[in-house]
Design a binder for this molecule. Sequence first.
Ligand SMILES: [Zn+2]
Length: 470
Amino acid sequence: MIKSSFIAAPVAAALLAAFSAPALAAGEAKNVIFFLGDGMGPTTVTAARIYKYKEEGSLNFEKLERTARIKTFSNDAQTTDSAPSMAAYMTGVKMNNEVLSMSSDTKAVAPGKDANGNLGVNNCAATNGKPVATMLELAKAKGKAVGAVTTTELTHATPAATYSHICHRDAQYAIAAQAVPGGAGYNTGLGDGVDVLMGGGRNHFTPYDAVSNPRGRADGRNLLSEMASAGYSVAASKTDMAAAPNNRKFIGLYSSKSHLEYELDRTATPPLGEGASQPSLSEMTSKAIDILSQNPNGYFLMVEGGRIDHALHATNAKRALVDTIAFDDAVQTAIDKVKKTDPTLSNTLIVVTADHDHTMTFNGYGKRGNPILDINRGYRDGAPSKDADGNAYTTLVFGNGPNRPDVRASLDSATVMADSYLQESGVRLASETHGGGDVKLLATGAGAAPFKGTLDNTKVFGLLKSAFGF
Ligand SMILES: [Zn+2]
């Protein structure tokens, strides 16, 4: 468990320094909304565009006027995981894979198993690196409201990088404790607490029970009760979320045991799993803005489409594309909502990017209009394109992943268009890896102009900071 004094000193110093920054000048952003499509590399963006809007169309976020390419390498790896890549955006510091919002010298040390077999033993020594202040903490210290919204577990790497400091992303029970104002292990850099928190993984916040909560906390704490005592509305469903007042802090955890459902499963008839009661990313984003915009000093909101990454790890392109569309819809929801009070976005910066690429690639010379998930059909005659052995193949395949046949067989539309079809891959791996290529960034609104060219991911933090006038 992290002691609060371990967090407090360095972060407090950084926050004190931030307090002395000049007051907000004209043209600077009062509000920043930072959208992160986890694993949403350039090929995923193109494929999602074609899937929903055809070749000539565009996603909503592709209409934003400022663009940049982002280098994503971490301190110790060519190919990053989501912990240091999101932490680079949130802190401006390059750190090692698996590390969340800590100094570059922090070594990743995996948590150990507790008595219930869960990763409940935090092995991060107090001497292993130092916390570095996050954009969310800096905004909070300026009196702004702050929020983090995701479709993954709330303690997953991307959201955790905004509100916690730890040497390993898998120490999710300790990460959860960092969000509880006044509780043991609280991250005091968060002041009186994050104003809006939404995602899945309620188990990391509630006590272990062999039957009802086998992945629950071994320390017996109920962090949601503690947060309710600290003034939070606590929601477990879309209905709870709608009923919660906009003038109180809010935590909504919409899955008892894991991530939220993929959008494809949330909207299926009947919905699978807990999907029926879960809000969409657009609905969560809208509610978050309703709450955060009550603060006259403005807000910082992070919104993650977190399961794009999970579908790509499975090489299930369809769920990745449908989740990308849901993410893109959330961007438009935010823009439409903000424009009601800030019609030219003169007070609000909106940034959309990804933390890293995947190995999905776009093959062949497919005919314009051929469904992107289908077998490739050639542009000359519309006939199935064939490999060197005469077998049809799909337009989208992966560099590595679980579906690597020893001998390829010909594929047909019925097979490859199924919801759960796993695209073929070049190298056989149980789970597909991230890719090391650059990702896109798009921006609009106050302070968006400097987002251009090829930027290191750590530079994005500086641009967010200067947009805010910090
Ligand atoms: Zn991933």
